[in-house]
Write a protein that binds this ligand. Sequence first.
Ligand code: FAD
Ligand code: ZN
Length: 481
Amino acid sequence: MAFLDRLRAIVGAPQVLAGADAAPWLADWRGRYEGRALALVRPGSTAEVAALVRACAAEHVPIVPQGGNTGLNGGATPDQTGRAVVLSLLRMNAIRDIDTGNDTLVAEAGCVLQAVQQAARGAGRLFPLSLGSEGSCTIGGNLATNAGGTQVLRYGNMRELCLGLEVVTATGEVWQGLRGLRKDNTGYALRDLFIGSEGSLGVITAASLKLFPLPAARVTAFVALASIDDAVSLLNRARSGLGAALTGFELVSGACMAALARVFPGQRLPFDGPSAALPWFALLELSDSESEAHARQRFEAVLGGALEAGLASDAVIADSLARSQQLWELRERIPLAEKALGKSIKHDIALPVSRIGAFVRDTGDALSAGFPGVRLVVFGHLGDGNLHYNVAAGEGWSEAALLDREADINALVYERVHAAGGSISAEHGIGRLKRDLLPAYQDPVALALMRQLKAALDPAGIMNPGVLLQAQACAPAAPSA
Ligand code: FAD
Ligand code: ZN
């Protein structure tokens, strides 16, 4: 039987898309990668995923797992050879279980993050992972990239929110690891190997996730700041003044505010006058177990102190839920505004918080000296030491000219990140985008162990080859479709 007919026999003919039908799934969200594939296949159950993986393994056909296709590093896009099968998990979108007694929820990999948040809320609980892409990214993608977002400061990233996994291995077996346990010391942490593996070790089909109490109130404040050092000082002050109640601390540069004003002219901005012209802003979120009034009082005390000490220049505390949401929307729209203004060179970096001030000043100066006229778009999750440090075309630069210098700009930024003890990927993963950079910045022993794990868990090298690690040349030619 021809290969695609075998796949059709497993999932049903309408779930195997080829040619133009598959095209929408063969490019990434940023428009930086475009690939080709034998087909896009949409299984409806774990058993179907396992049968598909076995069929692909038997013929050495590469598999590219895909969720919402919102990833920012090209990890869900097949390469140009047209040999791979894209395995979309979107049909596997059931919430299998909610156990409020154990504070756990079991979701299939294709569940959209927002649907999981809503299901948790419906049960009177919080599932805290929050990303700008939450309306389309999936739990499987969130796990495979170990997604972060805006609530990591208090609740951790996806790794910390997951208790157990169901995985189809690269040889087509099902690992049933959907335990909802907070303690389980029974050997190697297999769960943590698959989290953050970007589809390179196996296919995640379901996960047991942690739930939390819903806060009684959430209040947001927006603060204008004269310098990056003030932003870091405010973070430290807010952390010690608010403790675990501080659930978000986001940094927004003046350049981001300008981009928002251009792309979303109807949007209400938090400041006007001189405060609106300041170079940095911070969005703080406080979650309170008592009431909104109590939350506001706590905010007023901490922000009042910061204003008096001169490290905040201006502040607004949202006076309603709608206003809080509007302030969050500003922050979440930054990637959309950035995309609308053209392609940029993105750096999703992590640094020790204590090094951020010096890094931002020195790297900004070095970029202006080496690449005069480039525009810096810096924002991110300051509370986690995670900056989205993006370089865009400015005065005198075309988009093409900027992208031509990508390697030089990356080298300048990542050398400084590395020297400051930071990471070249905080939350977006490695994918195709940073695969060839990883060897320069990852510890060589760690990299060798990663390669050994890949070879052990994916002996035929069929799981997302060329993503995260260089593809090992081992697969024979793919069968005819
Ligand atoms: P996809 O893009 O489909 O896939 C991502 C990777 O995971 C690929 O390597 C793919 O092969 C693999 N994969 C997907 N599903 C599976 C599975 N079931 N089993 C095995 N491997 C799988 N990310 C953040 O961390 N924080 C943010 O704040 C954030 N904000 C964003 C804002 C916007 C506007 C956008 C567009 C993206 C943002 N992202 C952010 C990036 C992205 O949304 C996340 O990486 C998300 O986790 C990807 O989920 P997805 O379902 O779209 O995965
Ligand atoms: Zn982010």
